[in-house]
Each structure stands twice: as C-alpha cells, then as structure tokens.
Design a protein around this ligand. Structure first.
Ligand code: 5GP
Ligand code: MN
Length: 340
C-alpha cells in the first residue's frame, strides 16, 4: 500500500478526475465511488463517476447518483473521451481490469494516474497508486480512512457519510461478518455523530422490494432450493424463463444465496443463474471453506474466502451438474468446516 503523501500530492491541485467501479455495482461499489466523489468535489476537483453497467434501483438515493454515467455501447465514445482526458482515474472495489468489461482496456491505455482502492484478494498490477487492503471490510471503509488520513474528516458530511455507510453496512452483512472490526464500528460511530440516519439506509436498501420480487423469493425457496446435507451444501438455480416470469431486474437476486447458507449445517451455498450470455454463479461459505478457491479452480472466478463468484459458458443444466459433481472431492473439507 502506498503512502498517503503520494495521494495528497496527486490531489494538491484541482484535477480532472474520473471514478469507476465494478460491473453491476453493489452498495459498496457505488457507495464508495459516490462518497469519494462527494469528497473530491468539495476539494475543488472536477469529478465524473462512470459505472461499467447499470445497478439496482435500491441504490439510486445516494448523493451524486443523478450525475453517474452508466456505460453502454451508446455512450462509448463519450466514455472513451472522459477516460482519455482524465488526469486521475480512481478504480474502486475491484482489482482486475477485466471486471469492468470494455472500459478495462480504455483505462489500461489511459495516460492519467491510476489509483486503486479495493479490498479484494489477488490484485492485477495496473495501478500507479495502490491503496488495496484485503483486511478491510469494505472499500467504503478504506475511502473513509483515506479521507481521514489526509486530514479531511471534517469534510465528510451526511451525503458522503450515507454513501459510505451503505457500502460498509452491506459488505459486512449488516455488521455480522467476521470482517466487522473495531475500526468499522468506530467509523459508524463517527457517521452517527455527523447525523447519518442509519436506520433509514437499512430500509432504503433492504426493505424496498416489489411484491413480485418477494413472490420470486418465495418461489425460489420453495421450488428451487436444493439441499445436499451430505456435502453441507445448498444451492438455488434460476432459469432465464424464471427471471422473465418474475420480471427480475438488476439487484433482484441479491441476497438470495444467503438464504441457502442460513440453513443449519450448511457451510457452502451457490446461486446459479442463467443470464443468457453466460451462467453467473455466486458462492458463499462460512468458516474455513474457501469459496474463492472453488470459484477459481472450476468456474473462472474468484473473490473473497467466504464470498466469491464465477462464470460458466455451459448451459444452466450442465453447469448445475458440474457443480454437483465437484462436491464429492470437497466432502471432507466441507464436513470439517461444518464441525467448527
Ligand atoms: P457476488 O456473488 O455478490 O456477485 O460476488 C461476491 C464476490 O465475488 C464479489 O465481491 C467479487 O469479489 C467476487 N466475484 C463475483 N463474480 C466474480 C467473477 O466472475 N470473477 C471474480 N474473479 N470474482 C468474482
Ligand atoms: Mn466491496
């Protein structure tokens, strides 16, 4: 990790800044980006936030949301121009340029100074300044700490604080995961002190389902959940037709995998969704079982130890079959994780 002085020096004069984050941004991706954007604007920089894809409606309340540029092939030329003209390019909550699709190559070739702020494992070495911290619970936590380290904690207002809170809240599973450190709670105490309405943010993010989304959840749990007690594993697979039937939108399947993991004795859970262009997989584990190693070894993926993802170009059926057929070789590891 670089010294804070390098970042301070970089941001001494007002600059043209762009901030981007990973494909299908979640609350940490968007919250850390908009929190950082709010801060940098206060420091006099010109800031543009560009996401590589759309993101769930339940995130659209964050301050600065209305100015976010969502990349698509329709605004490709504009995005290329912004990237090439940016003096500073912040990459938040991801660490390999392949996770931002077309934008990855544009950024690789850009002349601006690239600053990585992230908490994922195994970074690709593309950044000029690297503020990766794999023990941080959320990228929003690192953004908070960086602002503070630069002596600017007083600039964190409720708008910035709400975005950062959303990132920390969701990436810690509402302060449940082992990553929920003392530092996390101290930051939240600071955010409460400046007036962030935390319970309101929980409601905006978690209690904003449509009726159909809840019915979809019911259907998935009743008809699509497969529990393999022998392997301490449970999974849910969803077809493209089912997504369509429930009018599923970006973010609607978020959290579904956690229900599979919440069953007693289950230490490994998967959500396997036919996204038409590819089959997307989400993995979650508890304890010692490495979901990221599993994802990396078999599904071209990665992530954190207990929360990972991957992709398959097979059909949904073939992917599910492959997933099930892999479990016997992990039986001992899975059962061991379940006894701890
Ligand atoms: P989710 O299941 O919420 O989509 O992803 C959980 C975590 O897994 C993410 O924070 C990310 O680190 C990782 N992840 C998800 N999909 C992929 C993927 O396709 N490749 C890699 N390397 N990591 C992924
Ligand atoms: Mn994150």
């Amino acid at each position: 990790m670089h010294n804070i002085n390098a970042l301070q020096a970089l941001l001494q004069e007002p600059k043209e800044v762009m901030i981007t984050t990973h494909h299908k941004p979640d609350a940490d991706a968007l919250g850390s980006s908009l929190g950082l954007a709010g801060y940098l604007k206060k420091k006099g920089h010109r800031v543009t936030v560009i996401t590589p894809s759309d993101y769930p409606d339940f995130l659209n309340w964050m301050e600065g949301n209305d100015d976010v540029i969502v990349y698509s092939d329709k605004n490709d030329a504009l995005v290329q121009r912004i990237i090439s003209e940016s003096q500073v390019i912040f990459c938040l909550d991801f660490n390999t340029l392949s996770r931002i699709n077309e934008m990855g190559e544009y950024i690789r070739q850009a002349k601006g100074t690239k600053v990585l702020i992230d908490h994922h494992l195994e970074p690709e070495n593309f950044a000029d300044l690297d503020y990766a911290n794999t023990s941080a619970a959320a990228t929003a936590e690192i953004v908070y700490d960086l602002i503070k380290a630069m002596g600017d904690a007083a600039l964190i207002d409720t708008g910035i604080g709400e975005s950062l809170y959303a990132g920390i809240m969701t990436d810690t599973g509402s302060f449940r995961h082992p990553s929920t450190s003392k530092n996390v709670h101290l930051i939240i105490a600071d955010l409460l002190q400046i007036g962030v309405q935390t319970s309101n943010i929980h409601r905006l993010i978690y209690d904003s389902s449509t009726e159909l989304r809840l019915r979809f959840l019911g259907y998935a749990l009743k008809d699509k959940l497969v529990v393999l007690q022998e392997y301490c594993t449970a999974y849910i697979s969803i077809t493209a037709e089912e997504l369509k039937a429930y009018n599923s939108k970006t973010g609607d399947t978020e959290g579904l995998v956690n229900y599979a993991l919440s069953i007693e004795g289950i230490v490994f859970a998967a959500l396997i969704i036919d996204r038409t262009q590819a089959v997307k997989m989400s993995f979650r584990s508890v304890g010692n079982f490495s979901a990221n190693e599993f994802a990396r070894a078999h599904f071209n993926g990665g992530g954190h130890k207990n929360a990972a993802g991957g992709i398959s170009m097979d059909t949904l059926e073939a992917t599910v079959q492959k997933f099930e057929s892999l479990l016997p070789q992990y039986k001992d590891q899975l059962q061991q994780a379940a006894t701890k």
